[in-house]
Design a protein around this ligand. Structure first.
Ligand SMILES: Cc1ncc(COP(=O)(O)O)c(C=O)c1O
Length: 390
């Protein structure tokens, strides 16, 4: 008999960390690797945010705090969400967590019973499917289409709604494709679920500030949708704070209480002095965000044109996030083998599209959160290596 609970067999993972480990092993052998596998800004956290954390640490924010989050931070988040999404969010509707990721875990755990259906983008952030399976829910992957610039088709969502549908996960701007939903898409979906009190939308908006065209739209902003939506947002991507571990969810009060109970049972609370740095991130100067986004845009253009110059690869220009998801079907090699080949031969770490679900087959994901110099070098090395197999 195994010491492991049966449910662990249903828990997936994030391949990015496995590829990172392989890349690190090659680096220990003396190889120089360009890291385009991990989804985190390469910029440093802005100085004012670091200073706020140090100040809070010195002021004694070193103890347990409220499980839902320090009131001052929840007020700042409620204010930011109210302004940016055009809704009335209250501090009682906010739950602060160590990173935004636990909001995915807790929301699915809190809402989805075994056998209930959850729709989610595929390719998509692998944690959605992993946690749906973990709780015994029924995954209903919604394929994203390259010809729509990977913008989820709301018709596909509407067609797949059944009486067993419990949750619909949206992610815009989208990881791994950079696809962005438009307000018409969200209106269509909102219309289809407005009379279903038993359906909740998990709207993963963690990349909402990393947008190169237009402005971010949240389904929660549509009339009647606020209480049917869990908005997931955070600090990791917007303020280059991945290692700090802080994020949050905004949802109706009764659900916020349940998610807070999951916090009590798991983390007790999010680190106190980091929450105070979160207040500074939201209330302090925002110019670093604009600078970072401009730089990402420059890099996006470099990597998209570089990839399109390689025979057998074609790459759409994403509207948001910091990933490209080029089609590699023309290379006639399995995308997993291609990723291994690019790592071993070209010293460029990328992820196979299948790391993001079965509909990611035939694609690879590259994060362009790296310098232009490294991106250019990566393209050069990839092209040279690929000449060998063409
Ligand atoms: C789509 C998406 N949602 C959520 C997260 C989690 O963010 P955090 O680092 O704040 O937990 C990520 C991180 O990569 C992501 O890509």
């Amino acid at each position: 008999m195994s010491i492991f609970a049966e449910r662990l067999n249903r828990l997936g993972t994030e391949t990015a960390f496995e590829v990172l480990a392989k890349a690190k092993a090659l680096e220990r052998e003396g190889r120089e690797i360009i890291h385009l596998e991990i989804g985190e800004p390469d910029f440093d956290t802005p100085e004012n945010i670091k200073e706020a954390a140090i100040k809070a640490l010195k002021e004694g924010y070193t103890h347990y705090v409220s499980a839902a989050g320090i009131l001052e931070l929840r007020e700042a988040i409620a204010e930011y969400i109210s302004e940016s999404r055009g809704i009335d969010a209250e501090p009682e509707e906010v739950v602060v967590t160590p990173g935004a990721k636990p909001i995915i875990f807790f929301s699915i755990l809190a809402c989805v019973n075994p056998g209930e259906e959850v729709m989610y983008p595929n390719p998509g952030f692998p944690i959605y499917e992993s946690v749906i399976n973990f709780v015994g829910g029924k995954p209903v992957p919604i394929p994203l289409k390259e010809e729509r610039d990977f913008r989820m088709d709301p018709e596909d969502l509407v067609e797949n709604i059944t009486e067993k549908t419990k949750m619909i996960i949206l992610n815009s701007p989208h990881n791994p494709t950079g696809g962005v939903l438009e307000s018409g898409d969200l209106e269509l979906l909102a219309d289809a679920v407005k009379d279903r009190d038993d359906i909740i939308i998990l709207s993963d908006e963690v990349y909402c500030k990393i947008l190169y065209e237009g402005s971010h739209v949240s389904i929660a902003s549509i009339s009647g949708m606020k209480d049917k939506t869990i908005i997931l947002d955070g600090f990791s991507k917007t303020y280059a704070m991945t290692g700090w571990r802080i994020g949050y969810g905004v949802m109706r009060r009764d659900l916020a209480e349940k998610i807070t109970r999951l916090m009590v049972n798991s983390n007790s609370c999010t680190c106190a002095f980091i929450q105070m740095a979160g207040v500074e991130a939201l209330k302090g100067p925002q110019d670093s965000v604009g600078r970072m986004v401009n730089e990402f845009k420059r890099r996006r253009d470099v990597i998209v044109s570089g990839l399109n110059g390689i025979e057998g690869i074609s790459c759409r220009k994403p509207k948001g996030a910091f990933y490209v998801f080029p089609n590699v079907k023309g290379l006639e090699i399995d995308c997993r083998e291609l990723s291994d080949f690019l790592l071993n031969k070209a010293g460029v770490a990328v992820l196979p599209g299948t790391s993001f679900g079965k509909y990611g087959d035939g694609y690879i994901r590259l994060s362009y959160a790296n310098s232009v110099e490294n991106l250019e070098k990566a393209i050069e090395r990839m092209s040279e290596a690929l000449e060998e197999i063409q």
